[in-house]
Write a protein that binds this ligand. Structure first.
Ligand code: HEM
Ligand SMILES: *[C@@H]1O[C@H](CO)[C@@H](O)[C@H](O)[C@H]1NC(C)=O
Ligand SMILES: *[C@@H]1O[C@H](CO)[C@@H](O)[C@H](O)[C@H]1NC(C)=O
Ligand SMILES: *[C@@H]1O[C@H](CO)[C@@H](O)[C@H](O)[C@H]1NC(C)=O
Ligand SMILES: *[C@@H]1O[C@H](CO)[C@@H](O)[C@H](O)[C@H]1NC(C)=O
Length: 469
């Protein structure tokens, strides 16, 4: 009975909050807003961003003829830019800061604010320099090669493989060994405690209701989930402490060489790299292998290039200067299913002209990467997987490909992630052919799981692998 009244109370409060939220605030009403009711249905049904963009956002923008829209998103009204050129102006504007995120949402409780990802100004510059230097000093290719070899040995004689799972385990181990110098052993030991805890935390954080209405975190605090988040952070701290005693060729060891970083900064940067670097690359790896399964002629063409350039050698970064088609295929997979569908929201301290609209200070503004990648005046047949387009300068990168964002705060680890992908995919191509099973749930288009981190990872992606020899 008590429970029922609490539920009713909460529902009433939520309805009221919803009612208030249905209308954009007066100072933003001049910006065209994507109709809220279909949008809420879309969020609560767990529809993924790519589908939402294709079904709701782009048709709406096209009808109105705008490249900037207002969207109700994560409990906030946000200006979303759909056009990379307009976004670049904003992302390069020194008045646009990364928005500090409320600690209500557990994601931000996990990440904190004093790290390379969330900070601004001098602090951001310092973290960026330290992180970039550390990434340059690390040479992770041998780690990636070893992990790719392990992956191949686990696939062994082929058969039906849950590929998204392998992709996540590979990137988890890659992060562990190359960034924090720790062996999670996720590939060989998928039920290991760290891996289990991590998935537990992520699933709990990703509850759609809490993602759409972060305020619920205050009304109906999830103590158990908070406990999980805190335990996860303390596990990482322990790994860091051990790392101090045993330096190696990993990003954190090189970051430790800077005498001015505090313990908290190390911890937060480490968590940020984990969150920013692991599911994103896993999504990219799951997606490219999917697209190659659906396009067997392209798979064959990439394989030929790999054999021609690498022969039987272990992949080295230099090889990949000579594999334009592989590189194009990887970029095209990240265009079609961009691992991160958005940049973090920025706010400005002055009114900003964004496209045709004057946006008041303090408003959240972000680039909608999905929308940028599906604009049919830029990309011919945008829903088709076609690596060739990246071999033409006007399409490809020049066409506004923005998977890693752009401007001074774009992804610091772009090259690290590309190498991680290239090594695994090229080695896989030498060992196996793979296809999408008949009746796959991904037959028509890729189906991503719902993720709190706005990331796209295909869910339950089963593929049939067959050894080449
Ligand atoms: C395919 C893989 C990846 C994608 C698609 C990706 C995407 C992005 C994007 C879009 C941003 C900019 C966010 C914004 O503008 O608000 C970003 C920043 C960042 N990424 Fe990545 N990332 C990937 C891999 C990685 C990896 C492997 C790491 C770490 C090892 C990493 C670490 C970071 C960090 C630290 C930032 C913050 C840079 C700054 O704020 O100045 N990312 N990434
Ligand atoms: C698509 O790209 C064209 C050319 O850059 C641009 O004029 C248009 O506004 C874009 N459409 C959207 C919805 O952003
Ligand atoms: C550390 O901070 C001190 C004082 O702010 C500064 O003089 C020094 O150059 C810094 N060292 C590094 C490596 O950044
Ligand atoms: C990645 O590598 C390219 C080519 O070696 C280099 O020009 C670029 O600056 C690097 N980018 C980052 C973000 O490290
Ligand atoms: C990206 O996707 C997530 C999850 O689907 C969603 O919550 C978020 O609003 C999307 N980002 C943008 C810019 O629409």
């Amino acid at each position: 009975m008590l429970l029922l009244s609490v539920v009713l109370l909460v529902l009433t409060a939520a309805c009221f909050r919803l009612y208030q939220a249905l209308r954009p605030p007066p100072h933003l009403q001049h910006i065209p807003s994507v109709p809220i009711i279909p949008l809420l249905f879309s969020y609560l049904s767990g529809e993924v961003e790519a589908q939402r963009v294709k079904r709701l956002v782009l048709p709406f923008a096209r009808r109105i003829g705008t490249d900037v829209v207002l969207v109700f998103c994560l409990g906030d009204w946000m200006v979303q830019i759909l056009e990379p050129k307009v976004a670049r102006q904003m992302l390069e504007n020194p008045h646009a800061y990364k928005k500090r995120q409320s600690k209500d949402m557990l994601l931000w409780r996990l990440i904190g604010n004093d790290n390379i990802f969330m900070s601004n100004g001098e602090m951001a510059k310092r973290h960026l320099r330290i992180t970039r230097d550390a990434l340059y000093k690390t040479s992770p290719q041998n780690i990636f090669v070893d992990l790719a070899r392990t992956t191949i040995s686990l696939i062994e004689n082929g058969g039906r493989i849950r590929w998204d799972d392998y992709a996540i385990r590979y990137t988890l181990d890659a992060f562990g060994l190359a960034v924090v110098g720790y062996n999670f052993d996720a590939l060989r030991n998928p039920d290991g405690s760290f891996v289990r805890k991590y998935h537990h935390v992520m699933t709990a954080i990703a509850n759609p209701l809490y993602v759409v209405f972060p305020i619920l975190e205050r009304w109906l605090p999830r103590r158990a989930v908070r406990g999980l988040v805190d335990a996860f952070v303390s596990d990482l701290c322990q790994i860091l402490e051990e790392k101090r005693k045993t330096p190696g060729d990993d990003v954190i060891t090189y970051m430790f060489q800077d005498p001015n970083m505090t313990e908290i900064e190390y911890r937060d940067n480490c968590i940020v790299m984990f969150v920013a670097g692991h599911d994103t690359t896993a999504g990219a790896i799951a997606s490219i292998v999917y697209y190659l399964a659906r396009n067997l002629d392209i798979q064959e063409k990439v394989r030929e290039e790999v054999f021609e350039v690498l022969g039987g050698d272990d992949p080295h970064p230099n090889h990949f200067n000579r594999t334009p088609y592989l590189n194009a295929a990887l970029k095209e997979a990240m265009r079609c299913n961009t691992p991160s569908n958005t940049t973090l929201p920025r706010v400005a301290d002055i009114p900003l002209q964004i496209g045709g609209y004057l946006v008041p200070p303090g408003t959240s503004i972000a680039l909608n990467i999905c929308a940028a990648h599906y604009n049919d005046s830029v990309w011919d047949d945008p829903y088709k997987f076609n690596p060739e387009r990246f071999l033409e300068p006007s399409q490809g990168e020049g066409g506004g490909w923005s998977t890693f964002s752009m401007g001074p705060r774009s992804c610091v680890a772009r090259n690290f992630s590309l190498l991680e992908q290239r090594v695994l995919v090229s080695m896989l191509l030498r060992e196996f052919r793979w296809t999408l099973p008949k009746g796959s749930i991904h037959q028509d288009y890729i189906k991503n799981g719902f993720s709190a981190f706005a990331l796209s990872i295909p869910e339950n992606l089963e593929l049939d692998f067959e050894p080449i020899r």
